[in-house]
Design a protein around this ligand. Structure first.
Ligand code: SF4
Length: 312
């Protein structure tokens, strides 16, 4: 699906040690609303985009977020939002938001651990686990489509099967679940001692986590579960049916980001090369290259080509 990726602002109410942005980017000027609206109509005209994915920073801090969503709805775009859901913990904020834009959007919230202290340590905000959880529950009650995302990280990866149990015990099966590997850029690269987990080390925990999911599905607990940014050669073929590839890894139809130059308004970019895929030199002659999701380019650079084991 042709998608416009928009970060209205890099401002955030968390301070995650794995943030793919550098801390300094939080100081960039938010994108003026009229530029975002013009970019949406431009992207529909030039690239026939069908979806807008709004991220950040934290998009709920952007004061005109509801106008972006309302406009996208009027233009019949699918809408995805990446949010930490902290602000939705406020019942009044959540109600006013839903009353304004409706509930026809998908919202993804990352939990970095099922242990509140661990999650808070990663976000740098005490109480953020409880607040994000309350925000997600408020959105579920408003019948918003929710995805819980877990980014494999050096602090909690070895408790991933327990994290899965927590998801199944905490959220209805209508809530989707995404497990993904980390894009080692921005602060994540600066804090790689805490963030980076080699694929051969995380493999056992990811596979055990997927075993838990398979066991649940046998008991008719059916949930939409996907694993992203994981090369086929880094996981047993038994689990390949869970693997997916983000459209943005190979290419991006349209992208609008805040400008580094605070005096300059940003310009929408088209047809960009993505940040990932299975494009590494060991992949060249690999037998499964065409169906492999690969991983983030920066993550592969960090670990080196030895992580890849091409299939003959
Ligand atoms: S070598 Fe490359 S194409 Fe082959 S499975 Fe590994 S990442 Fe995928």
């Amino acid at each position: 699906m042709n998608t416009l990726f928009v970060s209205p602002s890099y401002r955030c109410n968390e301070n995650c040690i794995f943030c793919p942005r550098h801390k300094i980017s939080k100081l960039y000027k938010p994108i003026p609303l009229d530029i975002i609206i013009k970019s949406i109509t431009d992207a529909i005209e030039k690239k026939s985009i069908e979806m807008i994915l709004i991220s950040g920073g934290e998009p709920t801090l952007y004061k005109d977020l509801t106008t972006i969503i309302t406009t996208a709805n009027q233009l019949n775009l699918k809408i995805g939002i990446l949010s930490n859901s902290l602000k939705f913990a406020d019942n009044n904020f959540c109600k006013t938001f839903i009353d304004t834009v409706g509930n026809n959007f998908e919202l993804t919230t990352a939990f970095h651990s099922h242990i509140a202290e661990e999650h808070d340590k990663i976000t740098g905000v005490k109480g953020s686990f409880d607040k994000s959880l309350k925000g997600v529950y408020n959105l579920i009650n408003a019948e918003v489509r929710i995805t819980i995302k877990y980014i494999i990280n050096g602090i909690s990866f070895n408790k991933l099967p327990e994290f899965i149990e927590w998801v199944y015990n905490s959220f209805p099966d209508s809530v989707s679940l995404v497990l993904c590997n980390m894009d080692l850029c921005g602060e994540a690269l600066n804090n790689s001692n805490l963030a980076a987990v080699p694929f051969n080390i995380s493999k056992k925990y990811v596979e055990n986590a997927l075993d838990v999911i398979i066991q649940y599905s046998k008991k008719n607990r059916l949930r939409n579960v996907s694993v992203f940014n994981t090369p086929l050669c880094c996981i047993d073929p038994y689990y390949w049916t869970f693997l997916r590839k983000y459209e943005s890894e190979e290419s991006m139809a349209a992208l609008l980001l805040p400008s580094i130059e605070n005096q300059t308004n940003p310009i929408i970019q088209y047809g960009l090369k993505g940040d990932g895929g299975a494009n590494f030199s060991p992949c060249t002659n690999c037998a499964v290259k065409n169906i492999c999701p690969g991983t983030w380019r920066k993550t592969a650079e960090y670990f080196g080509n030895d992580i890849f084991k091409p299939f003959k």
